[in-house]
Write a protein of this length. Structure first.
Length: 650
């Protein structure tokens, strides 16, 4: 590597812009505040985060009180932390009350458990065990929101030449509804941390201090991968951008060397400290020996390239291509399955389970009211990045920075056509270029001539419209939807009863008061829907057969086979798992799949009231009618044709 003995001075955003023609004291005071805010930008971001967090904690107080962990992964994360604090081994991430005695193999790590556990232990002496857990689960998701806002603001300052575009960047996550949902109280799953670390990685890549940026990008990438593999594609793209810049400019090795060391070192440390017993095997869906080996080798390869005597870019390109091909060949020779699919699902599991998961479907299979607001932010960010590339074409460092964001926006948008779960990243990573455009326009409003101010103000309003896509879409839907779709929506709205909105069956069956009634029974294994399993574990002392976790394929398929098959096939499956009870929730979202797929199957028959004689209804004491039906499974009664209990009662 050819080291530049006198690297250029770090780029510091300048706030020295053309003065506005107004020279009044009030206007000068506004300009002084404008410039001062830029100097203390990190404190402004912290204050904004604190205010936003306080607002959301107040708004979500009822959900915290009732422990409304809406997503299955949030319930499982809570169980993982609680079991660890109650004595389960640091290295054991199995959920032992799911499909006992085998337990469910969960592929996560304990990195995200640490802040949740710290909050629980800190708040318990102050507020008691129950209230301490409620507050911890409310506060924990808001913690990664601060580094996310800070990273977006930092990256925008790197792209900008003064102004307060960074403040726009810090606040724009509020308009990214799909991404913002990852940071709401009670959303304790790991996606918020992964998105924040990905934004930090991009901030490190565009940092004008090469050594600092390389270290930050390498550490953030490795931590995100140690948490989970969901952001692997974006992080690999970030590493490729660093290598690409080195190919074009040998002096960019000042960033690649610390990045490679930080990536390899943090990955190895993450594996040693956080890989569970199950992940010590060559697994494809977590930081295991597979990815630890490949990432450490990738870091070593980048170091070798950086210090090789390659003075011309064609030589550097050829060396990088040979090295990358060699790494891929090594991975293919040892773990070919990991290069074709991280989750290793069987065709049957994909057909019966994965295809029904909404976030695993591409954007082309989503309704317009889902995809149109979703793509508005990436669209504006991509256009803004192209405009910035033209304006900054003579500023080589900032041109590289904006190009990096443009490439990532293209990647994240393309991934939407694979799975819509790429939506949060697509929204958040598009923010810095969009905020750069907003900041440039605000600069013109504050400091430009009068006519320029008017034009800039109009452009700001135009730029703001896509960020209001979620709240504004219902009002503009009649102008962009076709008549058939609108007629269907109006017919559905007219068919709904007026008055207070009624909660769905899925929501009612998951409430803490409804499920805690089950604790009137001694601990037992309850056979129920896959998606209801984690919630029952989190709110009761019972066990379940399965949850939506791909490593437990047999248990998931057993539930599907039992619900889709005939009544005489249910009992052998339930007996194999040791189930004592069956819980049915009419109208539960997963149940509608069984009804549509197998209209003569066991679940569909149960919903129609055709209950086998070997299922005995269980009555529980409750203050109100329970939203589900509970049956005791009698294995001694000879199997007979199902009888319609409702007809018999009549």
């Amino acid at each position: 590597m050819t080291m530049d003995p006198s690297p250029p001075a770090p780029h510091t955003p300048s706030v020295t812009l053309p003065a506005a023609p107004q020279t009044g004291a009030r206007w000068r005071r506004i300009q002084a505040i404008y410039a001062g805010a830029d100097r203390e930008w990190s404190w402004f971001v912290f204050v904004a985060w604190a205010i936003i967090s306080a607002i959301y904690l107040s708004r979500y107080a009822p959900q915290m009180h009732w422990m409304s962990l809406g997503d299955t992964d949030d319930n499982m994360r809570y169980l993982q932390v609680r079991d660890w604090l109650n004595g389960q081994s640091w290295w054991d991430l199995r959920q032992h009350r799911m499909d006992p005695p085998h337990g469910a193999n969960i592929h996560w790590s304990r990195i995200v458990d640490l802040p949740i556990a710290a909050l629980m232990l800190t708040l318990k002496p102050l507020f008691g065990a129950v209230r301490g857990e409620q507050l911890a689960l409310g506060i924990a998701p808001l913690l990664p929101l601060f580094p996310l806002m800070l990273a977006l603001a930092f990256a925008t300052r790197r792209l900008s030449d003064g102004g307060i575009g960074w403040l726009v960047a810090a606040l724009l996550p509020l308009s990214a509804e799909m991404a913002l949902g990852m940071y709401m109280p009670m959303r304790v799953d790991h996606h918020g941390w992964q998105l924040a670390l990905t934004a930090i990685t991009l901030a490190g890549i565009v940092d004008d201090r090469a050594v600092r940026g390389g270290i930050v990008a390498g550490v953030a990438s490795a931590l995100s991968i140690a948490i989970g593999m969901e952001m692997m594609v974006y992080l690999a793209a970030g590493g490729a951008i660093i290598v690409l810049r080195w190919i074009v400019d040998d002096g960019a090795g000042r960033r690649m060397v610390p990045y490679a060391i930080a990536l390899a070192g943090t990955t190895a440390l993450g594996y040693l400290l956080f890989a569970s017993e199950a992940n010590r095997l060559p697994m494809c869906d977590a930081l295991s020996p597979v990815w630890t080996t490949l990432l450490v080798m990738a870091g070593a390869l980048m170091l070798l390239l950086a210090f090789a005597p390659l003075p011309r870019w064609p030589l550097r390109l050829a060396a990088a291509m040979v090295g990358g091909a060699g790494l891929l060949l090594f991975a293919w020779s040892l773990w070919p399955q990991c290069l074709t699919g991280a989750y290793q699902l069987s065709p049957e599991l994909q057909a019966k389970w994965l295809v029904y998961i909404r976030e695993a479907k591409p954007i082309t299979q989503q309704a317009r009211n889902v995809w149109l607001p979703l793509v508005s932010l990436p669209f504006v960010g991509g256009i803004s990045a192209l405009v910035a590339c033209w304006i900054l074409r003579r500023d080589r460092d900032r041109l590289w920075a904006i190009t990096a964001f443009w490439l990532v926006i293209l990647l994240s948008t393309a991934l939407l056509f694979w799975q819509i779960r790429a939506g949060p990243a697509a929204q958040l990573l598009a923010i810095p270029p969009a905020a750069w455009a907003a900041g440039a326009l605000l600069n013109r409003i504050v400091r430009g001539p009068a006519l320029h101010r008017l034009g800039a103000a109009l452009f700001v309003l135009l730029l703001a419209l896509p960020f209001c896509a979620y709240p504004l879409y219902p009002h503009f839907a009649p102008f962009i939807g076709n008549s058939k779709e609108l007629a269907k929506e109006k017919a559905k709205a007219a068919a709904k009863p007026k008055g207070k909105k009624k909660a769905s069956a899925t929501a009612l069956c998951r409430t803490q008061p409804a499920l805690q009634v089950l604790d009137q029974l001694p601990p037992a294994l309850i056979f129920t829907m896959v998606d209801l399993g984690p919630r029952i574990l989190a709110t009761t002392h019972h066990s379940v057969v399965a949850g939506p976790y791909h490593r437990n394929e047999k248990a998931i398929l057993d539930v599907h086979h039992a619900m889709d098959g005939q009544a005489d096939g249910f009992r052998p499956i339930a007996a194999a798992h040791g189930a004592r009870y069956l819980l049915i929730c009419p109208g539960f979202a997963e149940g509608t799949i069984y009804q549509a797929r197998s209209p003569r199957g066991f679940y569909a028959q149960m919903i129609r009231g055709n209950v086998p004689a070997w299922l005995e209804p269980v009555t529980l004491k409750a203050g109100e009618v329970l939203p589900y039906s509970l049956y005791r499974i009698d294995y001694t009664v000879q199997a007979k044709a199902p009888q319609d209990r409702r007809a018999a009662k009549n």
